[in-house]
Ligand binder design. Structure first.
Ligand code: HXC
Length: 275
């Protein structure tokens, strides 16, 4: 039965949980943490504070043994419209150099737990860059991706030229980065930028379902597999194969590896302990 006092108590607990954050909301569904960028008046423009809040929360998720996978999402109309142009406009090279501007953005890509971007609406400039820092991108059917920075007299500064080129290939990346034109969800899917397109209103739910599937597996195995996959971008094939082999061998030190194989042999579901 509906109880007003329980509702008020739950609501204030929710507020307390989020009081430190100005531009993100955080919630948890079992072993999946969900971070929602929430700066609607500025189309989720990624000001320093918003980036800092995302990074802070991702680090908390990495430290929390009860979080196995993370979803990063935005508003219904916009995932993120890029770096905050109004905040950036007065900046100087000297200032950017001394603060090493954009280095904190890279911390998003250093998240160790599997991270899924659930994209609705625009993922532009830095918005596209943070989506590409995630491990999987789920795109709403009306989402749009692009790098319009060239129209601002600059270009991407948080991995766009590197990650987009690796994701979609040189010709498509060149066209997107040099014209500043946006691509549709379908084009993004065809070029391998996103893993699937889903109805707009289902984006977050589907991302959470995928995260929950990942979270049901062994946490250390998912983290190690993620490291191996990312190694494919950092090394030659032989170095990557060697890295994978060592990591694979080390899985035999884990309870979950033994449990996974025993459960298969005994025709039952595994009971992983994330250990
Ligand atoms: C600051 C922004 C912003 C941005 C939107 N706003 N994008 N403010 N930085 N990147 C603000 C607008 O000024 C406006 O504020 C409010 O958000 C709503 O935006 P509108 O343009 O009125 O909305 P709409 O017509 O729906 O268009 C949405 C949009 C468009 C398509 C997302 O806003 C847009 O194209 N934004 C800029 C995209 C862009 O150039 N991104 C690249 C940024 S540079 P007011 O106060 O007027 O209501 C970048 C470099 C990355 O990302 C480098 C990383 C280190």
């Amino acid at each position: 039965m509906f109880s007003l006092s329980r509702f008020i108590k739950a609501k204030s607990a929710w507020r307390n949980f989020n009081t430190k954050y100005q531009f993100i909301d955080v919630k948890k569904e079992e072993k999946v943490s969900i971070i929602t960028m929430n700066r609607p008046k500025a189309s989720n423009a990624l000001c320093d504070r918003l980036i800092h809040e995302i990074v802070t929360q991702l680090k908390k998720c990495d430290r929390n043994p009860e979080t196995n996978a993370i979803v990063l999402t935005g508003l219904h109309k916009v995932f993120a419209a890029g770096a905050d142009v109004k905040e950036m406009e007065p900046r100087t090279f000297q200032g950017n150099f001394s603060t090493n501007f954009s280095s904190e953005w890279d911390e998003i890509a250093k998240t160790r737990k599997p991270l899924i971007a659930a994209v609705n609406g625009f993922a532009l400039g830095g918005g596209c860059e943070i989506a590409m820092m995630c491990d999987i991108i789920i795109a709403g059917e009306n989402s749009k991706f692009g790098h319009p920075e060239i129209k601002l007299g600059t270009f991407s500064g948080a991995g766009g030229t590197q990650r987009l080129t690796r994701a979609v290939g040189k010709a498509k990346a060149m066209e997107m980065l040099l014209t500043g034109e946006l691509i549709s969800a379908r084009e993004a899917w065809q070029s391998g930028l996103v893993s699937r397109i889903v109805p707009d209103h289902d984006v977050v739910d589907i991302a959470i379902k995928i995260a929950a599937k990942i979270a049901a597996n062994s946490q250390p195995m998912a983290m190690m597999a993620k490291e191996c996959i990312n190694q494919a971008y950092e090394s030659t094939l032989q170095e990557g194969l060697e890295f994978e082999r060592r990591m694979f061998q080390s899985t035999f030190a884990f309870y979950d590896r033994e449990e996974g194989m025993k459960s298969f042999i005994n025709k039952r579901d595994p009971e992983f302990k994330d250990a």
